[in-house]
Design a protein around this ligand. Structure first.
Ligand SMILES: Nc1nc2c(ncn2[C@@H]2O[C@H](COP(=O)(O)OP(=O)(O)OP(=O)(O)O)[C@@H](O)[C@H]2O)c(=O)[nH]1
Ligand SMILES: [Mg+2]
Length: 268
């Protein structure tokens, strides 16, 4: 459900730098940090900013409207459910979709680095990966680092492609995203996108981005035992489900090459 209550539209599409780019921000009780995220996105001149308000009990939606973002409401909890609600609210002019968390752990200023390879025609999916040298102390917990390593190792063994991270900050061509037919509603969302991209032969690039501990707000996943276990279960289930469903070897992309592997590599 899209609720665009701002008196003026978010943008005049003739005057912004990137009318074809939208950012989808899944947000559950992120009123404390969302304002800064939206402020830091402003200089990029985006065609649409969508806050996918995932059953928040704080003023997340109010903060979004104050900054003239569109609000997509998804009452059912789940990271993937929120992302899907955001996608359903995309304007027709949008050709590139960026996903960005609402907690300011990623730097919204890096958005052009994710979008430019797609604009240049060299990539369909760009993952913002968080190498150790770009992570502030405590930005990722040990279970998160180990879990990411396990998931990317499994993908390498099962699908033959070496990802270095499952970072949530990412950009994808809209038509490629629609072709992935994403189904996960929880924390399998990021890994599902990366595996489906291999199965569909998308051109995947990794771009290193900095990562910091969320400056404000309450940790819901990585900072709690319950959150970590649920995220791990979701990710492993998704890998198993996609392996079972196949195809197990990446398709060749348009240039006849296997997808991925062209971006700078980070690593743990
Ligand atoms: N936990 C959780 N987060 C959601 C949900 N829907 C949307 N989100 C958003 O997903 C993003 C990632 O959640 P975080 O709580 O930052 O997860 P994390 O980065 O692993 O861990 P912390 O930053 O330590 O909390 C945030 O922007 C959340 O607001 C949901 O149902 N559950
Ligand atoms: Mg976070």
């Amino acid at each position: 459900m899209l609720d665009s209550t701002a008196e003026e539209p978010w943008i005049d599409v003739r005057r912004v730098a990137r009318p074809h780019v939208a950012v989808v921000i899944p947000a559950r009780d992120e009123a404390e940090s969302l304002g800064d995220v939206l402020r830091q996105l402003e200089p990029h001149g985006l065609g649409q900013v969508i806050v996918a308000d995932n059953g928040s009990s704080d003023d997340t939606a109010g903060v979004a409207r104050t900054h003239r973002a569109d609000v997509a409401t998804e009452p059912r909890p789940g990271y993937g459910a929120a992302c899907r609600a955001g996608i359903a609210a995309l304007a027709s002019r949008v050709e590139i979709v960026v996903f960005l968390d609402a907690d300011l752990a990623d730097d919204p200023g890096r958005l052009p680095e994710l979008v430019d390879p797609i604009d240049a025609g060299g990539a369909d999916l760009v993952i913002g990966v968080r190498p150790r040298e770009l992570r502030e102390a405590g930005a990722m917990t040990p279970p998160q680092v180990i879990g990411n390593r396990l998931a990317t190792d499994l993908i390498r063994v099962l699908w033959g492609h070496r990802y270095t991270d499952l970072g949530p900050f990412r950009a994808i061509r809209r038509d490629a995203l629609e072709g992935l037919r994403m189904t996960d509603r929880r924390f399998g969302w990021t890994v599902e996108m990366q595996i489906r991209a291999l199965q569909e032969g998308l051109r995947v690039v990794e771009v290193p981005v900095p990562y910091r501990p969320r400056p404000r707000g309450r940790s819901k996943i990585s900072g709690t035992v319950r959150g970590v276990l649920r995220a791990a279960a979701s990710i492993l289930y998704t890998i198993g489900r996609l392996w079972w469903a196949g195809p197990r070897r990446p398709r060749r992309n348009a240039e006849g090459r296997p997808p991925g592997g062209w971006g700078p590599k980070g690593g743990d």
